[in-house]
Structures are given as C-alpha cells and as structure tokens.
Design a protein around this ligand. Structure first.
Ligand SMILES: [Zn+2]
Length: 77
C-alpha cells in the first residue's frame, strides 16, 4: 500500500498516511488541527511501492533483474 504525503492548508503541517490507491484522494483529516482542507503531494513512495511488488513476486527465486544494484539479495544466489 503506497505511502502518501499530505500538506495541511490550515496549519501548514505535513504528514504521511498509508492508504489504498483508490483512497488517495478521499477526504482526510490533518492529525494536528483536524482540518480536512489538505493537499496531497506527489510522492516518490508510489514508484517505490510498484518496484517492491515486482520484486516480491520473485521471492527466493533469485534473479530479480535488478542488476545487483538493489538490496534484495537475488543476485547473490
Ligand atoms: Zn492542520
């Protein structure tokens, strides 16, 4: 599940929330002031999550196709 970043328009605080993709734009309350006027920021975590799901399907089999640049250990087998 991706991690989204939000910015509260009322108190200017920023927070993150892990939600389903289909809920990314659903209303959410600021944890500091409980205001719902928050803006979702684009987050790199979305891309990282997609990569993770691709790698886990290869779990334990080695050969994740990462070229040895990641920490999955697949290239060590
Ligand atoms: Zn707030």
């Amino acid at each position: 599940m991706p991690l989204y970043e939000y910015h509260c328009d009322a108190c200017e605080s920023e927070f993150t929330k892990r939600r389903a993709i289909k809920e990314a734009d659903a209303p959410i309350q600021c944890p500091d002031c409980e205001n719902e006027e928050v803006t979702r920021k684009l987050s790199l975590f979305i891309a990282l999550t997609k990569n993770d799901s691709g790698v886990t399907s290869l779990g334990g089999g080695g050969g994740c196709g990462c070229g040895g640049a990641c920490a999955c250990g697949g290239h060590l087998n």
